[in-house]
Design a protein around this ligand. Structure first.
Ligand SMILES: C[C@@](CO)(OP(=O)(O)O)[C@H](O)COP(=O)(O)OP(=O)(O)OC[C@H]1O[C@@H](n2ccc(N)nc2=O)[C@H](O)[C@@H]1O
Ligand SMILES: Nc1ncnc2c1ncn2[C@@H]1O[C@H](COP(=O)(O)OP(=O)(O)O)[C@@H](O)[C@H]1O
Length: 299
C-alpha cells in the first residue's frame, strides 16, 4: 500500500453566477459557470492511529481542524462506504483564501477524497467520487473535475465546457471573510416580493470561453450574488473601482465573495492591475494567475 499521497486542487472563480429563487430545501437553483484558476491547496494523506487534520498557510488559523472540515468528512464518507477505518493524518497546505468565495474548503474535500481513494486502493468510480462530492457541498464536484463547467441544480450537476485559450486573472483578498449562507440570505432579502427569473447560462459567455476571447468574456461576466455581497461588505466597491481604473477588462466579486476577481487582457496588464490594487490599500493581498487549471491531481 502507498504510504503517503498528495493531491493538488485548484480554486475557482464563477464567471457567471445566475441565481434563482429559494427552493423548499433552502438551496437556490443556479446556472453556475465555474472556471478553475491556478491557485491551489495541496492535501496530503498518511496512515495514522486516528483521523487527524493539520493545516499550514496564511489563513490556517481560520480552518476548522475537527470532523467538520470538509477533508475529514470526505475521508470518513469514503471509508464508511468501503468498510475502511479512516485513520489518516490529513495535512492541508492552504494557499486558497478561507471563506473567500473561491471554494477552498470544497477543494480540500475533493482533494482528500481522491487522496484517500489512492491511499486505500478503493478504486472508486468517477461517478461514486462525484456523488460523494455532491453530498459534501454544491461546489465540491467542480473542485474534482476542474477546467471549466456549467453547474446546474444547486451547482453540483456539471457539464464540462470548452475553453479555447488562457485567461489572465488578478484576485484581491479581503480583510475578512463572508459566509456563503449569509450572502444567499441577503440575496433573498433584497429580492423579497420580486419575481426572480429562472437561472440560464449566457450563450455569449459560453462562446467567449470556447473562443478564449477575454474581451468578449469581460462583456458577458455576471454575478447575481454581487449586490448581496456588496450590501454586506460595501468596501468591496472600492476594490472593484481600483481594479477597473487600472485597466481590468472586468471586475467582479468571486462567487459569494469577498474575494474580488479582475480579468486582464494579458499577463502584463494583469501585473499592472495587481500593482495598482496593492497600492490602493483596499485589500489584504493580491495574486495573479491564469485559467483554466486542471482539477484534483495526484502528485
Ligand atoms: C456561492 C458558491 C458559487 O459557486 O460558492 P462560494 O462563493 O461559496 O465559494 C456556491 O454556490 C456555494 O457552494 P458551497 O460553498 O459548496 O455551498 P453548500 O455547502 O452546498 O451550501 C452552503 C449554503 O449555501 C446556500 N446555497 C448554496 C448553494 C446553492 N445552490 N444555494 C444555496 O442557497 C445554502 O444556504 C446552503 O446551506
Ligand atoms: N478544508 C477547509 N478549508 C477551509 N474552510 C473549511 C474547510 N472545511 C470546512 N471549512 C469551513 O467552510 C467555511 C467556508 O470556507 P471556504 O470553502 O474557504 O469558502 P467559500 O465557501 O467562500 O469558498 C469556512 O469558514 C470554514 O468554517
Amino acid at each position: 500500500m502507498t504510504q503517503t499521497v498528495t493531491v493538488r486542487v485548484p480554486a475557482k472563480v464563477n464567471v457567471q453566477l445566475a441565481v434563482g429563487g429559494a427552493r423548499p430545501d433552502g438551496f437556490h437553483d443556479l446556472a453556475n459557470v465555474f472556471l478553475a484558476v491556478g491557485l491551489y491547496d495541496e492535501v496530503t494523506v498518511t496512515p495514522a492511529d486516528e483521523l487527524r487534520i493539520t493545516c499550514a498557510g496564511p489563513d490556517a488559523a481560520e480552518v476548522p481542524l475537527d470532523r467538520t472540515n470538509l477533508a475529514a468528512r470526505a475521508a470518513i464518507e469514503l471509508g464508511r462506504r468501503h468498510g475502511i477505518d479512516p485513520a489518516v493524518h490529513i495535512h492541508i497546505a492552504k494557499d486558497i483564501p478561507v471563506a473567500g468565495g473561491m471554494a477552498g474548503g470544497s477543494a480540500d474535500g475533493a482533494g482528500a477524497l481522491v487522496a484517500c481513494d489512492a491511499l486505500w486502493g478503493t478504486d472508486a468510480s468517477r461517478d461514486e467520487l462525484l456523488g460523494i462530492c455532491a453530498d459534501l457541498g454544491s461546489d465540491v464536484p467542480f473542485s474534482l473535475v476542474g477546467g471549466a463547467a456549467l453547474g446546474v441544480g444547486r451547482g453540483e450537476q456539471l457539464r464540462a465546457l470548452e475553453v479555447g485559450g488562457t485567461f489572465h486573472w488578478v484576485f484581491a483578498m479581503a480583510a475578512r471573510g463572508l459566509s456563503t449562507p449569509a450572502v444567499f440570505r441577503e440575496f433573498d432579502r433584497m429580492n423579497e416580493g420580486l419575481r426572480v427569473p429562472e437561472p440560464v447560462a449566457s450563450q455569449e459567455l459560453l462562446d467567449a470561453l470556447a473562443k478564449g476571447d477575454a474581451g468578449a468574456l469581460a462583456r458577458a461576466v455576471s454575478n447575481d450574488l454581487q449586490p448581496a455581497a456588496l450590501s454586506l461588505f460595501p468596501e468591496l466597491a472600492d476594490t472593484l473601482a481600483a481594479g477597473r481604473a487600472a485597466g481590468a477588462l472586468a471586475a467582479l466579486v468571486s462567487g459569494s465573495g469577498p474575494t474580488t476577481a479582475f480579468l486582464a487582457a494579458d499577463a502584463e496588464s494583469a501585473g499592472a492591475v495587481a500593482e495598482a490594487l496593492r497600492a490602493s490599500g483596499t485589500c489584504r493581498s493580491v495574486r495573479t494567475t491564469e485559467s483554466p487549471a486542471p482539477g484534483a491531481t495526484v502528485l
